[in-house]
Design a binder for this molecule. Sequence first.
Ligand code: DGY
Length: 438
Amino acid sequence: MKEYLLKQAKEVLYNNFQKKGFTIPSENLYPFQWKWDSGFIAIGYAHFDIEKAKKEIETILSAQWQNGFIPHIVFHNRSDSYFPGPEVHQSKLSKHASKKYASSGITQPPVFGFVLEKLYQICPDKKNILTFIESQINKVYKNHVYFYFNRDIKDEGLVYIYHNWEAGTDNSPLWDDIWETMDPPDYHFKRKDTQHVDPSQRPTKREYDNYIYLIEIAKKYQYDDKKIAANSPFLVQDPLFNSILIRSNQALIELYKIIGGNDKKVTFLEEKQAKSIKSLNTKLFDENLGAYIHYDLRNKRSLALISSSSFTPLFCGAPDVKIAKKLISTFVEKFGGENNYLCASFDPTNIRFNPKKYWRGPVWINLNWILYNGFKKYGYHELAKRIKEDSIELIVKEGFYEYFDPRKGISDLQKIGYGGNNFSWTAALLIDLLNDSY
Ligand code: DGY
């Protein structure tokens, strides 16, 4: 069974691999290179084709902007199966943008620090992989410096996102309260996603108006971070994004220590790390809810809602034992019912929960992988085992889908996942989970 699953997963990745040296997340639906996807994909490749893992990272980092920014989509190739494409994003408006590749001007969680570390751990030929890491690590470091200098406007160690697509959790109910404050034009555009996927599983037209409006504002200011920070109606400190930054800081510190030298970089990262962890725990942990929550900088308020992102600080090691205990008890109470697969992307007890609609409730394998590693780190063995087994079971029963219905009865009856099929990170992270002997 394990061998058969691994073979299938490898096929998904190889079929999605493009001649230009990167792997699309899913045919038609996502026909370019996506930032955090490429990180998870590289982890999968590392188990059986290290050259492809390296290529994936090298290709995305080759599109880094001069100021250290890494875009969430790189348009290495042409395709008319996706909206919004390069003509909407117009990265060339920014004076920092890559001269070589068109891209978006928004980013995604900074996964590459921990991805490089994973590659180091997985690859048996340490000398070989370290040479590769040495060739790429300063780009990742530069990306972290970019975040701290441009996105941490209060100098508190927490960086902001200015678009829901930067969070990765695209249409989460978390953002509903922000949409309430906005009134974008009723744009005329042709959605492509709803031609590939049942529209009931995708965001609404009005949500897309918000998404495009935020991009138009950023374009109006030539993607200048200071002007975006001053003017964007969407300015949020996200626990998922910041936990990934912290986890990657730690990985960069460890890797620089293995490489040797680089003392100034290590000192910079260590200073930021201490501040980031402190602020994550003081500003984003809500004692009453027993969970980490988002902070809306623009409207100066907490977004008191619980999602799978609320538990991702376990992945970066920020919570102390007391906070971790509280967090786990909230997790079990809200998400852990035996009729649910782990882990719904949004609080199943909340009225805004929708088990079919993208990030409003379905299970996502990348979040499961992050939580799995977090539970392991803190010694919550039963939960770690359960989330790993649920992930594998969903893929075995339903296929390599983008997301899955968390309701066991419904999910088992439908026997099919949601969104894009043959989804690359689902395959890649399954490979990592199956190779994990824990
Ligand atoms: C999409 O188009 O849904 C993507 O997630 C945006 O990055």
